[in-house]
Design a protein around this ligand. Structure first.
Ligand code: MSP
Length: 516
């Protein structure tokens, strides 16, 4: 079997975050998932551009700033910095962080607007209808949901207000057929299948032209040649993906990174990315991204996260308590990527203790402490392999191929399960072979067994780097793997015997819940 040949260049984005509140676990989740994919592709030898940022315009941000008695820019500066800090705390390896209030971004948004206008897809009219500021979305009459008290809300439950204002419109209705063809010709354009079906049926029902400018407030990118209007915040925000590749400068060195391979988004913003965004790009004559992947939502102990319930989870606090890598692991492991999930303390503790401390931590610790004690910490050569040894090594050798296929399908959770199969197999191998008992009877065989284990753990740790970068770096150091031997391709070369391994140290402490 050959490793799936992924394109040598890989561009991935997270949604850009609204700056109307502090970062929470949902924002960390979307960032970590994209980070795992970005790191995986880097270790696979691809040239990666990983983009994130903050979405700083619009009525919601303006209103929040006003409520705090701050200028929108000063407020945006402060909150944007907290998102940057959150990503630093979560070890998010972005290459570009776009703030929509930066001049470079305003330039890109304006250039996109001008191109779409020049191609005849924007016209001036007036919008009369409903708007949800919380969703930053225009809500059609037919989409309104009636509450028991007789009032109407958006499908998300957010309040709506009546708006009547002059507005530019984008001829979205002209793009229905082209969008349906896009989905049909590219079954992987939208993943997973749930959101794909939803989007297809939404488009099949017919598209109305989209209001793309606002006149009732000022906090946005001014519409070129008509300063009474600011761009609708989603037109502005989506353009960030082009800002990141230097648009409209086609000679920018980053231009080669377009089109993006994948936009990672939450399911509630799939429509903006799968309908509006490709239509804007088609209208501008710009290549379309290859795919949009919509992930699910986290609840906390069974409840929707909300300020009023006081259950909003701070990712930094969780990382401080459990360890960053344990948190990253948990978020990627607990739920199939694309599904919804619930964050429970109990299950965070169980996974940390069972899968990290017991399964992985003990495997590594047991192996390396025997190498330290019984082989003076010196890496033995590969010995004569028994059938059992070969079967074990084969499992580890196949990991990069199997995981690449899964990552290609965005099956992040399955990819982790694959590693755990090898970890569990290695744990039964060590019990079965009992190297500690061989110390007196057959020291040569003991060394062979330990070498098989070191090689398996090296494979495991190499492949887990995208998920747990810091701890796996430490594990690889303990195994004597040098910095330039940590790519997936490096696994094809055996570590030379004779290296002196550093003193092993436990990497995953068991989590003990303090008595209430
Ligand atoms: N600004 C827009 C995106 C513009 S992209 C051109 C936006 N921002 S957001 O801050 O509201 O959300 C950013 C991301 O966080 C979304 O992908 C959203 O799905 C994710 N999450 C916010 N809360 C979440 C959970 N409770 N669970 C999982 N992810 C959630 O939308």
């Amino acid at each position: 079997m050959k490793r799936v040949d992924m394109t040598r260049r890989f561009t991935i984005t997270t949604p850009i975050f609204y700056v109307n509140g502090a970062p929470h676990i949902g924002h960390a989740y979307t960032s970590i998932a994209a980070d795992v994919l970005a790191r995986f592709h880097r270790l696979n030898g691809e040239e990666v551009l990983f983009v994130s940022g903050t979405d700083e315009h619009g009525q919601k941000v303006e209103q929040t700033a006003v409520a705090k008695g701050m200028e929108p820019q000063a407020y945006a500066d402060e909150v944007s910095a907290s998102f940057r800090q959150m990503q630093k705390d979560m070890a998010i390896s972005t290459d570009e962080f776009i703030r929509t209030t930066e001049e470079r971004h305003k330039g890109a948004a304006k250039a996109l607007w001008e191109k779409v206008t020049a191609n005849g897809h924007i016209y001036l009219g007036a919008y009369e209808g409903w708007y949800s500021t919380r969703d930053e979305a225009f809500i059609g009459e037919d989409e309104l949901v009636k509450k028991p008290d007789g009032t109407f809300v958006a499908p998300s439950g957010a309040p709506v207000e009546r708006v009547k204002e002059p507005s530019y419109f984008f001829r979205l209705s002209d793009f229905q057929d082209r969008l349906l063809k896009l989905y049909e010709d590219n079954p992987d354009f939208i993943g997973p299948v749930g959101p794909r079906r939803e989007i297809e049926s939404f488009v099949r029902q017919g598209l109305r032209d989209l209001s793309v400018s606002r006149t009732s407030f000022k906090w946005g990118v001014p519409v070129p040649n008509d300063p009474d209007h600011v761009m609708y915040v989603w037109f502005d925000a989506l353009a960030n993906y082009l800002t990141a590749v230097g648009y409209p400068d086609l000679d920018d060195p980053r231009a080669k990174f377009w089109p993006a391979n994948i936009h990672v988004v939450g399911k509630e913003i799939a429509r903006f990315h799968c309908v509006y965004w490709p239509a804007f790009l088609m209208a501008a004559g710009i290549d379309l991204p290859k795919s949009v992947f919509a992930h699910g939502w986290w609840t906390v102990e069974g409840e929707k996260m909300s300020k009023s319930l006081g259950n909003v989870l701070d990712p930094k606090a969780l990382a401080d308590e459990f360890g960053l890598d344990a948190l990253r692991f948990f978020l990627m492991r607990e739920v199939p990527f694309g599904g919804d999930s619930n964050f429970s303390r109990r299950s965070m503790i169980t996974r940390t203790n069972v899968e990290l401390a017991n399964d992985l931590g003990n495997l590594c610790q047991r192996t390396l402490s025997q190498v330290a004690r019984n082989l003076d910490g010196i890496l033995p050569a590969r010995g004569t392999l028994t059938e059992d040894d070969q079967a074990m090594l084969a499992m580890a050798t196949l990991l990069p191929t199997i995981m690449s296929e899964q990552i290609e399908r965005k099956a992040i959770t399955d990819a982790l399960e694959e590693v755990w199969k090898v970890i569990r197999a290695a744990n039964s191998y060590i019990d079965r072979q009992a190297p500690w008992a061989l110390k007196k009877t057959d020291p040569e065989r003991m060394a062979d067994v330990l070498r098989v284990l070191v090689d398996m753990i090296r494979g495991i740790a190499t492949m887990l780097q995208p998920f747990m970068p810091d701890t796996m770096a430490k594990m690889l150091t303990q195994l004597g793997v040098q910095d330039d031997e940590r790519t997936f391709a490096a696994l094809e070369t055996l570590l030379p015997a004779g290296r002196t391994l550093p003193k092993p140290e436990g990497l995953f402490p068991r989590f003990v819940e303090e008595e209430a």
